[in-house]
Design a protein around this ligand. Structure first.
Ligand SMILES: Nc1ncnc2c1ncn2[C@@H]1O[C@H](COP(=O)(O)OP(=O)(O)OP(=O)(O)O)[C@@H](O)[C@H]1O
Ligand SMILES: [Mg+2]
Length: 431
């Protein structure tokens, strides 16, 4: 289906769609497109093409009725171009944080700036702090990529490094997010990045969000904040930095069209990403004694003695498959489901003189998302626990990472099926 977009106007196309440029030139998120170029737009995403200096003819090939709209004028606000000019002039390395509410175009603005700055010859890195709607790397991970060509979507870039946060939201996990972005910024600087664009989560309201954003801006020592707004809704985040002499604050407008995403769309995009990530995964077996454990208790203590086990069984009232004791915690793995009550927990705390007690059913491990790191703490990839064998103290993990590389297992707070379906979200430190 061929469509003509008049010079100076734009076309907004919703996925799933495949767009072929037939005649004229256009600009897509800061990247110029020419006849012969093809843009593939996924379900729950959209793309905007502005006709530059002459009429543009595009062909939309789509399995369903193509959904598009002709927009008068450009889909890319003038202040976006101005922001690219400001960043070009900043002292290098320029550390630029893009802030915005959900569905305001943050990822698109980052793509736009990255395309323009790359074309101007800067070494551009992108740190994607968003763990829910990750553009770089799988969900639950903060990602780092470098621009090596112009792109339509950030996910086209090669994943360079990551930091496992463990959930689809940084809420309740602020420290991990802050440490993660800082470490990846350091990696980008070590590699000589001149412009580092930080794509942030759309979590901008409430105490947790305010604290996270303030700390990220401080710990990264950003040179420039780009606040993308519909109606000055980010004032509370920007105000504390207004009088900083070293920090440029730019307020830019949200584009006239956005493909908004509801919870279903967001879950669909995450599950697509998990599924793709796990496609070549295999089961690996890891002995708890051979690895380090982070963000959880299981695997950090010594197995209970037979006497301790029978005492624990008396307290919890069901058969116990395995129990482990460390100085600050007791982990009990039961063969049957049991209702954990306050009395049971205080009896275990009292007896073992510890702060934390976890009573977990044997089957509850299945599906737990884990991050896998090398001995120097470098992110290697994700996995999901298939099974815990209490006798051999061994975890079976479905992952594309090679067993011999794994030195550290980091427990996450999401359950994912081998097909990538998101099954449940739970509290950190549940195991
Ligand atoms: N200027 C634009 N022209 C056309 N489409 C756009 C434009 N800006 C954003 N979109 C589309 O709207 C959708 C949402 O934009 P984007 O992903 O940039 O928002 P976001 O603020 O990063 O969202 P989230 O809060 O989920 O991270 C995307 O599919 C994107 O391609
Ligand atoms: Mg985004």
């Amino acid at each position: 289906m061929a469509i003509v977009v008049k010079r100076g106007n734009s076309i907004f196309v919703e996925g799933p769609a495949r767009i072929e440029i037939k005649e004229g030139t256009g600009i897509v998120f800061g990247r110029e497109v020419y006849p012969g170029d093809t843009i593939v737009v996924k379900r729950a995403k959209a793309v905007g093409i502005a006709a530059l200096d002459r009429d543009l003819t595009v062909d939309i090939v789509s399995g369903v009725e193509p959904r598009y709209e002709i927009i008068e004028g450009s889909l890319f606000p003038d202040d976006w171009f101005h922001a690219a000019d400001v960043i070009s002039e900043l002292e290098k390395p320029a550390i630029v944080a893009v802030l915005g509410d959900v569905d305001t175009g943050k990822s698109t603005l980052v793509t736009f700036l990255a395309n323009i700055l790359f074309k101007r010859g800067f070494k551009v890195a992108i740190v994607d702090e968003d763990v829910g709607q990750s553009d770089i790397g799988p969900p639950c991970v903060i990602g780092l990529s470098f621009m090596d060509r112009q792109i339509f979507f950030l996910e086209e870039l090669e994943f360079y490094d990551g930091y496992f946060v463990g959930s689809i939201t940084p809420s309740g996990l602020l420290q991990r997010s802050i440490v993660g972005v800082r470490l990846l910024l350091d990696r980008a600087l070590e590699e000589g990045a001149e412009v580092i664009l930080i794509n942030t989560t759309g979590w901008v309201y409430g105490r947790g969000a305010r604290e996270l954003k303030t700390l990220i801006l401080r710990v990264l020592r950003v040179n420039c904040i780009i606040a993308i707004e519909k109606s000055r809704e980010l004032e509370h985040l920007i105000a504390p930095f207004r009088r900083s002499g070293t920090l440029r604050i730019l307020r830019v407008t949200s584009p006239p069209r956005i493909r908004e995403r509801d919870r279903v769309d967001r879950k669909f995009l995450r599950e697509t990403s998990f599924e793709k990530y796990l496609r070549d995964a295999k089961e690996v077996k890891l002995k708890l004694d051979d690895v380090g454990i982070v963000y959880g208790f299981l695997g950090t203590g010594r197995p209970a003695t037979p006497e301790e086990l029978s005492l624990i069984e008396k307290i919890v009232g069901v058969k116990v498959e395995y129990a482990e004791i460390s100085r600050d915690a007791v982990v009990v793995i039961t063969a049957e489901r049991v209702k954990v009550d306050a009395l049971m927990v205080s009896a275990l705390k009292l007896h073992f003189n510890c702060q934390d007690v976890r009573v977990v059913h044997y089957g509850d491990f299945k599906g737990t998302l884990v991050g896998l790191s090398s001995s120097d703490g470098r992110f290697l990839g994700l996995g999901i626990i298939s099974q815990f064998n209490p006798k051999s103290r061994e975890l079976t993990i479905l992952t594309p990472v090679k067993a011999e590389d794994i030195a550290i297992i980091e427990y996450g707070c999401v359950k994912v099926s081998p097909e990538g379906k998101e099954e449940r979200i739970f509290h950190p430190w549940s195991v």
